[in-house]
Design a protein around this ligand. Structure first.
Ligand code: UDP
Length: 310
């Protein structure tokens, strides 16, 4: 297949690119390097089945030749990133989704949207099944990301129903692994970098809020299975094993052997208190199950970060 991946220089986009290349496909990667990094795709410089185009899909986009799939992974995804680039985040989730949907429609290609557990907001149903409509502030400090992704889901379902486009939607829960930016601001990268540098781990609020962390190779496997399935409705992919941020801090300290302290900082406004995917559908429809426990995934991620931070 000849696939277009937006956000190909990002954390997930670059891993997805590697996976599709390893599976024998051809990839045209697009990125504007807002939060993506050239280092993430540098190893593909001599790969004949990979072509990179520096482009911002918030503007209309054209690709020469046949296209079998368009996978829209471009967007800032870390809260500090999307809050630092709020208008770009609104645009890539709205105009960027419409432009890439048009690209898929023109080529008769399959469309795949990277959506997010943030569509559930600060959830009142726990764990979160796909049928839950969410508890999202349309005006709060996370709204530029949450509402852009909710709009994106609506756009994809509209193109599916109205234009008969062959579409998929994945709702991605917290994911970690090599190629996260050290300064990305998410909890896993922050804690690891802080521990390796001997700086205090910054726990926001009392640290009792929870997240469920999925190792990147598991997530990519779920995404690829969904891409090759015939399921059009949104599908959760994430690891349902849930941890508090205090537990995560303790694990990172134990793994790195760091003497760093834990320091509490104010809890950001509208920070979801709990999050855990209900993955019944992924299990039954895709036969997918995460395989990498947090201890293993964190150890691999720490090793990778050792190579990039002093
Ligand atoms: N968090 C934290 N310390 C940090 C960064 C984040 O305690 O240095 C908390 C944050 O308040 C949230 C959780 O960790 O409750 C996950 O935050 P992240 O930004 O990784 O992703 P989110 O799930 O909020 O999008």
């Amino acid at each position: 297949m000849r696939l277009v991946i937006t956000g190909a220089a990002g954390f997930l986009g670059s891993h997805l690119t590697d996976r599709f290349l390893a599976d024998g496909h051809e990839v045209i990667g697009l990125d504007n390097f807002l939060t993506g990094r050239p280092e993430n795709i540098a190893h593909l410089a001599d790969e004949p089945r990979f072509r990179f185009v520096e482009a911002d899909v918030s503007e209309p986009v054209a690709v020469d030749g046949a296209v079998d799939g368009v996978l829209h992974f471009a967007s800032p995804a870390s809260p500090p990133d999307y809050q630092a680039h709020p208008v770009e985040t609104l645009k890539v989730g709205s105009a960027g989704t419409l432009h890439t949907l048009e690209l898929a429609r023109q080529h008769g290609a399959r469309y795949f949207l990277a959506s997010t557990s943030e569509v559930y907001g600060d959830p009142l149903v726990h764990p979160q099944p796909e049928s839950y409509w969410g508890n999202v502030s349309s005006t709060g400090p996370r709204s530029m990301y949450d509402e852009a992704k909710r709009f994106a889901e609506a756009a994809v379902m509209t193109y599916h129903r109205h234009h008969g486009l062959d579409t998929r939607i994945v709702r991605i829960f917290n994911t970690y692994g090599p190629r996260m930016r050290p300064e990305d601001g998410r909890v896993v990268s922050n804690f690891i970098v802080q521990a390796l540098q001997g700086r205090a781990l910054t726990v926001y609020g009392d640290g009792r809020q929870t997240r469920s962390f999925c190792y990147v190779s598991d997530l990519i496997d779920g995404i690829v299975r969904l891409f090759h399935s015939d399921r059009h409705e949104p599908t959760n992919i994430g690891n349902p094993v849930e941890f508090t941020m205090l537990e995560l801090a303790e694990r990172v300290l134990a793994l790195t052997g760091s003497p760093a302290a834990v320091e509490h900082r104010p809890l950001p406004e509208d920070d979801p208190k709990v999050r855990q995917p209900d993955i019944t559908i992924a299990r039954t429809v895709l036969g997918w199950e995460p395989a990498v426990p947090l201890a293993d995934g964190l150890a691999r991620t720490v090793e990778w970060f050792r190579g990039v931070v002093a």
